[in-house]
Design a protein. Structure first.
Length: 106
């Protein structure tokens, strides 16, 4: 697992990275990174199947995503990154977000 900054997300996505937002559905619906899928931390386990690699994990500020990234690394995912500063840091840099209904999980 490694920590990355917002300016590195595009490079990771260019390599096919999947962005996983581990916040609760209502938080996700209120604004998330473009293309991110919602998988709340509470539902993530060592046996959660995610076939994509690499992975970028994000939450509001970086705490939950760091825990999730550690869990995904222990589950055997070879390339996992935690977005430092989370969605709040992303927004502070005036980066784009998408919105959805709380029930519109990917």
């Amino acid at each position: 697992m490694q920590d990355i900054f917002a300016n590195e997300v595009g490079r990771w996505q260019g390599r096919g990275a999947l962005v996983i937002d581990v916040r609760e559905p209502a938080e996700y619906a209120a604004g998330h990174l473009p293309g991110a899928v919602n998988l709340p931390l509470a539902s993530l386990t060592l046996t959660t199947e995610i076939s994509a690699s690499p992975l970028i994990v994000v939450c509001a500020s970086g705490g939950r995503s760091a825990r999730a990234a550690g869990l995904l690394t222990r589950a055997g995912h070879p390339e996992v990154a935690n977005l430092l500063g989370g969605t709040l840091g992303w927004l502070r840099e005036n980066r784009p977000v998408e919105f959805s209904d709380a029930d519109d999980r990917h």
